[in-house]
Design a protein around this ligand. Structure first.
Ligand code: ADP
Length: 266
Protein backbone atom coordinates (compact mmCIF):
# COMPACT_ATOMS: atom_id res chain seq x y z
CA UNK A 1 0.00 0.00 0.00
CA UNK A 2 2.79 2.40 0.97
CA UNK A 3 4.54 1.74 -2.31
CA UNK A 4 1.43 2.50 -4.30
CA UNK A 5 0.87 5.70 -2.30
CA UNK A 6 4.39 6.93 -2.96
CA UNK A 7 3.91 6.07 -6.63
CA UNK A 8 0.80 8.19 -6.66
CA UNK A 9 2.59 11.03 -4.88
CA UNK A 10 5.46 10.87 -7.36
CA UNK A 11 2.98 10.99 -10.21
CA UNK A 12 1.18 13.96 -8.68
CA UNK A 13 4.47 15.82 -8.21
CA UNK A 14 5.44 15.06 -11.78
CA UNK A 15 2.07 16.46 -12.95
CA UNK A 16 2.58 19.64 -10.89
CA UNK A 17 6.04 20.13 -12.39
CA UNK A 18 4.62 19.64 -15.85
CA UNK A 19 1.82 22.17 -15.21
CA UNK A 20 4.37 24.65 -13.84
CA UNK A 21 6.54 24.17 -16.95
CA UNK A 22 3.57 24.78 -19.22
CA UNK A 23 2.63 27.90 -17.23
CA UNK A 24 6.24 29.12 -17.40
CA UNK A 25 6.32 28.62 -21.18
CA UNK A 26 2.97 30.40 -21.54
CA UNK A 27 4.21 33.35 -19.46
CA UNK A 28 7.44 33.56 -21.44
CA UNK A 29 5.42 33.58 -24.65
CA UNK A 30 3.11 36.28 -23.31
CA UNK A 31 6.07 38.42 -22.16
CA UNK A 32 7.67 37.99 -25.54
CA UNK A 33 4.49 39.02 -27.31
CA UNK A 34 4.15 42.11 -25.08
CA UNK A 35 7.78 43.07 -25.62
CA UNK A 36 7.29 42.74 -29.37
CA UNK A 37 4.11 44.90 -29.27
CA UNK A 38 5.92 47.47 -27.16
CA UNK A 39 8.83 47.65 -29.58
CA UNK A 40 6.53 47.97 -32.58
CA UNK A 41 4.56 50.72 -30.87
CA UNK A 42 7.69 52.59 -29.77
CA UNK A 43 9.34 52.33 -33.18
CA UNK A 44 6.17 53.62 -34.80
CA UNK A 45 5.93 56.54 -32.37
CA UNK A 46 9.56 57.46 -32.96
CA UNK A 47 9.44 56.95 -36.70
CA UNK A 48 6.35 59.04 -37.48
CA UNK A 49 7.69 62.38 -36.23
CA UNK A 50 11.18 61.55 -37.50
CA UNK A 51 9.79 60.93 -41.00
CA UNK A 52 8.17 64.39 -40.94
CA UNK A 53 11.38 66.01 -39.76
CA UNK A 54 13.50 64.29 -42.39
CA UNK A 55 10.89 65.00 -45.10
CA UNK A 56 10.72 68.71 -44.28
CA UNK A 57 14.48 69.06 -43.95
CA UNK A 58 15.01 67.25 -47.27
CA UNK A 59 12.58 69.65 -49.02
CA UNK A 60 14.39 72.63 -47.50
CA UNK A 61 17.78 71.36 -48.60
CA UNK A 62 16.60 70.53 -52.14
CA UNK A 63 14.27 73.48 -52.81
CA UNK A 64 14.87 75.96 -49.99
CA UNK A 65 16.13 78.67 -52.32
CA UNK A 66 13.16 78.54 -54.69
CA UNK A 67 10.55 78.53 -51.92
CA UNK A 68 8.96 81.75 -50.71
CA UNK A 69 9.26 82.75 -47.06
CA UNK A 70 5.85 81.39 -45.87
CA UNK A 71 6.48 77.99 -47.49
CA UNK A 72 9.88 77.83 -45.83
CA UNK A 73 8.32 78.78 -42.50
CA UNK A 74 5.77 75.96 -42.81
CA UNK A 75 8.55 73.43 -43.27
CA UNK A 76 10.58 74.88 -40.41
CA UNK A 77 7.54 74.86 -38.14
CA UNK A 78 6.93 71.19 -38.93
CA UNK A 79 10.52 70.42 -37.96
CA UNK A 80 10.09 72.31 -34.69
CA UNK A 81 6.72 70.82 -33.76
CA UNK A 82 7.65 67.25 -34.64
CA UNK A 83 10.95 67.66 -32.77
CA UNK A 84 9.00 68.75 -29.71
CA UNK A 85 6.67 65.78 -30.09
CA UNK A 86 9.65 63.41 -30.16
CA UNK A 87 11.02 65.12 -27.09
CA UNK A 88 7.71 64.69 -25.22
CA UNK A 89 7.53 61.03 -26.20
CA UNK A 90 11.04 60.32 -24.97
CA UNK A 91 10.22 62.23 -21.77
CA UNK A 92 7.18 59.99 -21.32
CA UNK A 93 9.25 56.85 -21.81
CA UNK A 94 11.76 58.04 -19.23
CA UNK A 95 8.95 58.86 -16.76
CA UNK A 96 7.50 55.41 -17.30
CA UNK A 97 10.89 53.79 -16.72
CA UNK A 98 11.35 55.73 -13.47
CA UNK A 99 7.92 54.59 -12.32
CA UNK A 100 8.46 50.95 -13.18
CA UNK A 101 11.96 50.69 -11.76
CA UNK A 102 10.61 51.97 -8.44
CA UNK A 103 13.25 54.71 -8.41
CA UNK A 104 10.65 57.46 -8.18
CA UNK A 105 10.89 59.20 -4.81
CA UNK A 106 8.47 62.11 -4.74
CA UNK A 107 9.35 65.20 -2.70
CA UNK A 108 6.87 66.32 -0.09
CA UNK A 109 6.81 70.09 -0.76
CA UNK A 110 4.05 72.15 0.85
CA UNK A 111 2.25 73.43 -2.22
CA UNK A 112 -0.28 76.19 -2.76
CA UNK A 113 -2.84 74.96 -5.31
CA UNK A 114 -3.37 78.30 -7.07
CA UNK A 115 0.41 78.66 -7.57
CA UNK A 116 0.52 75.14 -8.94
CA UNK A 117 -2.38 75.73 -11.35
CA UNK A 118 -0.77 79.00 -12.50
CA UNK A 119 2.55 77.28 -13.19
CA UNK A 120 0.91 74.39 -15.04
CA UNK A 121 -1.10 76.75 -17.26
CA UNK A 122 2.03 78.77 -17.99
CA UNK A 123 3.88 75.63 -19.03
CA UNK A 124 0.99 74.39 -21.16
CA UNK A 125 0.44 77.76 -22.88
CA UNK A 126 1.91 76.63 -26.17
CA UNK A 127 -0.34 73.60 -26.56
CA UNK A 128 -3.41 75.52 -25.38
CA UNK A 129 -3.13 78.34 -27.87
CA UNK A 130 -6.55 77.76 -29.48
CA UNK A 131 -8.44 76.95 -26.28
CA UNK A 132 -10.10 79.04 -23.62
CA UNK A 133 -9.23 78.24 -20.03
CA UNK A 134 -11.54 78.83 -17.08
CA UNK A 135 -10.25 78.29 -13.58
CA UNK A 136 -12.23 78.14 -10.37
CA UNK A 137 -9.90 77.59 -7.43
CA UNK A 138 -11.71 77.95 -4.09
CA UNK A 139 -10.28 80.56 -1.75
CA UNK A 140 -8.51 79.47 1.42
CA UNK A 141 -7.59 75.93 0.34
CA UNK A 142 -5.05 74.24 2.62
CA UNK A 143 -1.50 73.70 1.37
CA UNK A 144 -0.94 70.15 0.11
CA UNK A 145 2.06 67.94 0.53
CA UNK A 146 3.04 67.23 -3.10
CA UNK A 147 5.99 67.03 -5.46
CA UNK A 148 5.77 70.19 -7.59
CA UNK A 149 7.63 68.76 -10.59
CA UNK A 150 5.52 65.60 -10.74
CA UNK A 151 2.31 67.56 -10.21
CA UNK A 152 3.13 69.93 -13.07
CA UNK A 153 3.73 66.94 -15.32
CA UNK A 154 0.36 65.43 -14.32
CA UNK A 155 -1.54 68.66 -14.98
CA UNK A 156 0.37 69.16 -18.24
CA UNK A 157 -0.59 65.67 -19.50
CA UNK A 158 -4.26 66.25 -18.57
CA UNK A 159 -4.35 69.69 -20.21
CA UNK A 160 -2.61 68.28 -23.27
CA UNK A 161 -5.33 65.59 -23.56
CA UNK A 162 -8.13 68.11 -22.94
CA UNK A 163 -6.79 70.19 -25.82
CA UNK A 164 -6.15 67.17 -28.04
CA UNK A 165 -9.49 65.39 -27.61
CA UNK A 166 -11.76 68.47 -27.77
CA UNK A 167 -12.41 70.73 -30.78
CA UNK A 168 -10.06 73.72 -31.11
CA UNK A 169 -11.42 76.88 -29.53
CA UNK A 170 -13.43 75.04 -26.87
CA UNK A 171 -13.19 75.74 -23.15
CA UNK A 172 -11.15 73.72 -20.65
CA UNK A 173 -12.28 74.15 -17.05
CA UNK A 174 -9.95 73.63 -14.12
CA UNK A 175 -11.36 73.65 -10.59
CA UNK A 176 -10.08 72.99 -7.08
CA UNK A 177 -12.19 72.69 -3.95
CA UNK A 178 -12.14 71.08 -0.56
CA UNK A 179 -14.09 67.86 -0.02
CA UNK A 180 -13.92 66.93 3.65
CA UNK A 181 -10.39 65.78 4.41
CA UNK A 182 -9.39 65.92 0.75
CA UNK A 183 -8.79 68.52 -1.92
CA UNK A 184 -10.29 67.69 -5.32
CA UNK A 185 -8.85 69.11 -8.53
CA UNK A 186 -10.82 68.62 -11.76
CA UNK A 187 -9.97 69.19 -15.41
CA UNK A 188 -12.95 69.13 -17.78
CA UNK A 189 -13.13 69.56 -21.55
CA UNK A 190 -15.80 69.87 -24.22
CA UNK A 191 -14.80 66.93 -26.41
CA UNK A 192 -16.71 63.73 -27.10
CA UNK A 193 -15.77 62.20 -23.75
CA UNK A 194 -14.76 58.63 -22.95
CA UNK A 195 -16.78 55.41 -23.43
CA UNK A 196 -17.76 54.45 -19.84
CA UNK A 197 -16.39 50.92 -20.34
CA UNK A 198 -12.94 52.53 -20.76
CA UNK A 199 -12.96 54.76 -17.64
CA UNK A 200 -10.41 52.49 -15.92
CA UNK A 201 -8.54 51.03 -18.89
CA UNK A 202 -7.41 54.40 -20.25
CA UNK A 203 -4.96 54.49 -17.33
CA UNK A 204 -3.26 51.32 -18.61
CA UNK A 205 0.06 51.68 -20.36
CA UNK A 206 -0.33 51.96 -24.15
CA UNK A 207 -4.13 51.73 -23.96
CA UNK A 208 -5.90 54.06 -26.39
CA UNK A 209 -9.61 54.36 -27.13
CA UNK A 210 -10.23 53.28 -30.70
CA UNK A 211 -11.59 56.27 -32.61
CA UNK A 212 -11.34 55.09 -36.20
CA UNK A 213 -10.07 57.72 -38.60
CA UNK A 214 -10.41 60.45 -35.98
CA UNK A 215 -7.55 58.89 -34.00
CA UNK A 216 -5.21 61.56 -32.60
CA UNK A 217 -1.48 61.15 -32.38
CA UNK A 218 -0.35 59.84 -29.02
CA UNK A 219 1.40 57.05 -27.23
CA UNK A 220 -1.08 55.87 -24.63
CA UNK A 221 1.46 56.66 -21.91
CA UNK A 222 0.21 60.04 -20.64
CA UNK A 223 -2.52 58.78 -18.31
CA UNK A 224 -0.49 55.79 -17.07
CA UNK A 225 2.18 58.27 -16.00
CA UNK A 226 -0.46 60.52 -14.38
CA UNK A 227 -1.82 57.64 -12.30
CA UNK A 228 1.66 56.43 -11.33
CA UNK A 229 2.75 59.91 -10.23
CA UNK A 230 -0.53 60.72 -8.42
CA UNK A 231 -0.50 57.44 -6.48
CA UNK A 232 3.15 57.98 -5.56
CA UNK A 233 1.93 61.23 -3.93
CA UNK A 234 -0.86 59.39 -2.03
CA UNK A 235 -3.58 60.70 -4.32
CA UNK A 236 -6.16 59.17 -6.65
CA UNK A 237 -7.08 59.95 -10.25
CA UNK A 238 -10.30 58.94 -11.98
CA UNK A 239 -11.93 59.60 -15.33
CA UNK A 240 -15.61 60.09 -16.20
CA UNK A 241 -17.85 62.00 -18.56
CA UNK A 242 -19.30 65.35 -17.60
CA UNK A 243 -22.93 65.39 -16.53
CA UNK A 244 -23.62 69.01 -17.51
CA UNK A 245 -22.61 68.65 -21.18
CA UNK A 246 -20.48 66.45 -23.45
CA UNK A 247 -16.84 66.11 -22.49
CA UNK A 248 -14.47 64.23 -20.22
CA UNK A 249 -13.66 65.15 -16.64
CA UNK A 250 -10.59 63.96 -14.72
CA UNK A 251 -10.62 64.19 -10.93
CA UNK A 252 -7.55 64.19 -8.71
CA UNK A 253 -7.92 63.87 -4.95
CA UNK A 254 -5.22 64.44 -2.36
CA UNK A 255 -5.42 64.17 1.41
CA UNK A 256 -5.15 67.40 3.40
CA UNK A 257 -2.03 67.04 5.57
CA UNK A 258 -2.72 67.17 9.31
CA UNK A 259 -2.46 70.70 10.69
CA UNK A 260 0.86 71.31 12.47
CA UNK A 261 0.44 71.07 16.23
CA UNK A 262 0.42 74.48 17.83
CA UNK A 263 2.62 74.38 20.94
CA UNK A 264 0.57 75.39 23.95
CA UNK A 265 1.94 78.56 25.44
CA UNK A 266 3.13 77.96 28.97
P1 ADP B 1 -2.61 59.23 -25.63
O1 ADP B 1 -3.35 60.52 -25.51
O2 ADP B 1 -1.17 59.41 -25.98
O3 ADP B 1 -3.31 58.22 -26.47
P2 ADP B 1 -3.17 58.84 -22.81
O4 ADP B 1 -2.65 57.81 -21.87
O5 ADP B 1 -2.95 60.26 -22.44
O6 ADP B 1 -2.52 58.52 -24.19
O7 ADP B 1 -4.71 58.59 -23.00
C1 ADP B 1 -5.21 57.27 -23.25
C2 ADP B 1 -6.51 57.34 -24.03
O8 ADP B 1 -7.55 57.92 -23.23
C3 ADP B 1 -6.41 58.23 -25.27
O9 ADP B 1 -5.97 57.52 -26.39
C4 ADP B 1 -7.86 58.69 -25.44
O10 ADP B 1 -8.57 57.75 -26.19
C5 ADP B 1 -8.42 58.70 -24.03
N1 ADP B 1 -8.48 60.07 -23.49
C6 ADP B 1 -7.57 60.67 -22.69
N2 ADP B 1 -7.95 61.92 -22.36
C7 ADP B 1 -9.13 62.13 -22.98
C8 ADP B 1 -10.05 63.23 -23.03
N3 ADP B 1 -9.79 64.38 -22.38
N4 ADP B 1 -11.18 63.08 -23.77
C9 ADP B 1 -11.44 61.92 -24.41
N5 ADP B 1 -10.63 60.84 -24.39
C10 ADP B 1 -9.48 60.94 -23.69
Amino acid sequence: LLDSLSDQAALAIERIHLAADIEKARLAEETDRLRQALLTSISHDLRTPLASIIGSATSLVAHGEELDAPARMTLLRTIQEEGERLNRFIGNLLDMTRLESGSLKPNADLVDISDLVGAALQRAQKILKDDKIETDVAAGLPMLSLDVVLMEQVLFNLLDNAAKYAPPGSTITLTARREGEKVAITIADEGEGIPPADYEQIFDKFYRVHRGDRQRVGTGLGLAICRGFVEAMNGTITAANRTDRSGAIFTLKFPVPPAPKVEALA
